[in-house]
Design a protein around this ligand. Structure first.
Ligand code: ADP
Length: 631
């Protein structure tokens, strides 16, 4: 996988991680919203809505029950008012011929001022015949015509049986509230002068009553049932948005455990299940008790699906909001992942460029995070690498240059060696030829001279080969440098040169307090010996020969020197004399290897060597530097 590929997968993993986190969060939120938090009072929004609806229904059913009770009491008071009316009673007592008409008018005026009372009738207590009627009892002639059996009527005429209230199914097949009342004489005799029966059509009366509360306390989505037991059967009114309708539901269709049955049995409470029509409902039922042993069963109910609608709508809205949040969250997450991976991408880009050889590439250091720090360290590392690479390249180019110089030097050396070795061979060859001739001629005198020249040439060659061998070994046999006291070393070399110095009647003036140097002692002795030998050798015919060995300091560098007041060296030869086999005077003794040897030893020790001379006859000063003992 490439570095960029790794960065991409890093970004994908961040996005995936955040997405899962958001989904998990939203999932938990939705679950908590719907089901609530376990082991707490929070049972979720559906349960909360349910309990609120039930509590509203409990309150509404209580108020409605109160209103129904009041209505019932008001009707009794109405009938009571009529039955105790002195005017009506006097009219009954007068028994005048026109009293029937008068009575009917009075009853009609009562009905007109009491719209809830549908019909009213007066019976003679002894004959059960109708004395007067108004409203729905127009055709009735006797009590039996409106369903009051003779024995029941007889009971009504008993003293003290002042009032009876019942709910009956009237001639119109609808439940009616029937109030039966004794009318007593206006004197104090308590004589029953008539039986008054007043009826209220429950369906008609309840409709406006329920409408009056419907808009305030009963939600328009609710329905309800009002049940009443008539002759052992349950008659039901159905309350809905249209009003109140009496439904002649067969008793068998009403479940024994239906809310209406439970309400009629005198208990109250919430109901959560199927109603008598098999619909899932949420209901509250209670008994509404009237006086005189009459009671109704009241049920307020709502379809569970409708009850949960606000919660569902709310949840839908929340879901839409959460989806929007999820999308925004995802977009933010992608943006964040991009932001997070950007410095990594830039860093990997820089790494890839460096890996492909571009050491000048750098990662941007703008980011302040850990990655920014990493970029900083990384750039430092690359800069170091670049420096090393440049150093290495420089070293390689220096070494290459050095190697080229060495090669050229080797070429020159080979040429010089072969050239210089050739000359004694040519000499030997030449004289062996002349030896043959001398031998043939018997010229023995010349032969001795020739033989001497052959021998000298062989010696010369021997010296050359010895010095060459010496020179060639220098690079290899330099020992590990050590601290060497220059005072002791020069004294040692001078003791070896005591013979030549004495022979030429010279002395070397050595500067005192020379420092220690860091070198191969034997090689350094060779340097001193060569330089001092040359000073002796090339003194010329100086009347007052002087040789000095000392040290001077220039620009913080210690320069050792061997100075003489000998023949001196022209400036144009100052460099040449350090070359192999180079001699200024071919006739002089020596091989011309000494200074080359000196140069080589000094350079192997990391120093420099040069000659200072103002020209021929002006003496020479051979200088060299050498590493001193590190402090
Ligand atoms: P050699 O002494 O064997 O000839 P060197 O390499 O030691 O070889 O010296 C090279 C040449 O440098 C000498 O032949 C000589 O001409 C010149 N030279 C060396 N030392 C001195 C000196 N102190 N004064 C003058 N010339 C010198």
């Amino acid at each position: 996988m490439t570095l960029n590929g790794i960065t991409d997968s890093f970004r994908k993993r961040i996005i995936l991680g955040f997405t899962l986190l958001i989904i998990l969060f939203l999932g938990v939120m939705i679950t908590v919203e719907i089901t609530g938090i376990p082991f707490t009072d929070n049972k979720g929004t559906f349960a909360a809505q349910r309990s609120k609806t039930l509590s509203d229904m409990e309150l509404a059913s209580g108020i409605l029950g109160e209103r129904l009770s009041s209505w019932f009491t008001e009707r009794r008071v109405d009938v009571d008012g009529l039955s105790t009316s002195p005017l009506l009673r006097k009219s009954i007592e007068s028994r005048s011929a026109g009293s029937g008409k008068e009575l009917a008018d009075e009853l009609a005026s009562f009905l007109a001022s009491h719209p809830d009372v549908a019909a009213v009738v007066l019976f003679d207590p002894f004959t059960t015949a109708v004395r007067a009627s108004s409203g729905g009892f127009g055709d009735a002639r006797s009590a039996a015509d409106i369903g009051i059996a003779p024995d029941k009527f007889a009971r009504l005429t008993l003293p003290g049986y002042l009032e009876t209230v019942e709910i009956v199914i009237a001639a119109d097949k609808k439940p009616h509230l029937r109030i039966l009342r004794q009318l007593l004489a206006t004197d104090a005799s308590n004589r029953i002068i008539a039986i008054l029966v007043a009826e209220c059509n429950l369906e008609e009366s309840l409709r406006p009553l329920i409408w009056s509360v419907r808009s305030n306390i009963i939600s328009h989505e609710w329905g309800g049932d009002l049940g009443v037991t008539i002759g052992g059967e349950v008659a039901q009114f159905h309350l809905d948005a249209r009003g109140v309708t009496f439904t002649n539901t067969p008793v068998s269709a009403v479940n024994k455990f239906s809310p209406i049955r439970l309400a009629l049995s005198g208990i109250e409470g919430p109901y959560y299940g199927l109603d008598h029509l098999g619909q899932p409902v949420l209901a509250f039922y209670r008994q509404v008790k009237f006086d005189r042993g009459i009671s109704l069963g009241l049920v307020l109910k709502v379809d569970q699906h409708i009850a949960a609608k606000p919660v569902r709508d709310d949840l839908r809205l929340q879901l839409a909001l959460w989806c929007a949040m999820f999308i925004v969250g995802l977009a933010l997450c992608i943006l964040m992942a991009k932001q997070l991976s950007r410095p990594i991408r830039e860093l990997t880009g820089a790494v890839e460029r460096i890996a492909s050889g571009d050491l000048a590439a750098r990662a941007p250091e703008t980011d302040r995070t850990e990655i920014g720090q990493l970029a900083l360290v990384f750039n430092g590392m690359v800069a170091q690498l670049q420096t090393w690479q440049q150093d290495l390249e420089q070293q390689v180019s220096e070494r290459t240059k050095e190697l080229q110089q060495k090669n050229a030097e080797l070429e020159r050396f080979t040429y010089t060696v072969s050239h210089d070795l050739k000359s004694p061979i040519i000499t030997i060859k030449g004289f062996t030829g002349s030896l043959e001739k001398d031998l043939a001629k018997g010229n023995y005198e010349r032969m001795a001279g020739d033989l001497k020249r052959v021998s000298d040439a062989a010696d010369k060659m021997n010296d050359l080969l010895r010095d060459l061998l010496e020179l060639s070994t220098i690079g290899r046999i330099v020992k590990t440098p050590e601290a060497v006291d220059m005072n002791l070393l020069v004294a040692d070399v001078l003791s070896q040169l005591a013979g030549p110095l004495k022979n030429s009647n010279m002395a070397v003036d050595v500067q005192s307090g020379l420092p220690e140097v860091f070198c191969d002692r034997r090689r350094m002795a060779e340097v001193l010996q060569n330089l001092l030998e040359n000073a002796i050798k090339y003194m010329g015919d100086q009347a007052d020969p002087q040789i000095q060995f000392g040290m001077r300091e220039e620009a913080g560098e210690h320069i050792f020197f061997v100075q003489d007041n000998g023949i001196g060296i022209d400036e144009k030869y100052h460099k040449i004399i350090f070359g192999l086999f180079n001699k200024l005077d071919a006739a002089s003794e020596g091989t011309g290897v000494g200074l080359a040897l000196v140069k080589r030893i000094v350079e192997v020790h990391g120093g420099r060597v040069w000659v200072e001379s103002e020209g021929e006859g002006m003496g020479s000063c051979f200088c060299f530097t050498i590493k001193e003992v590190p402090q």
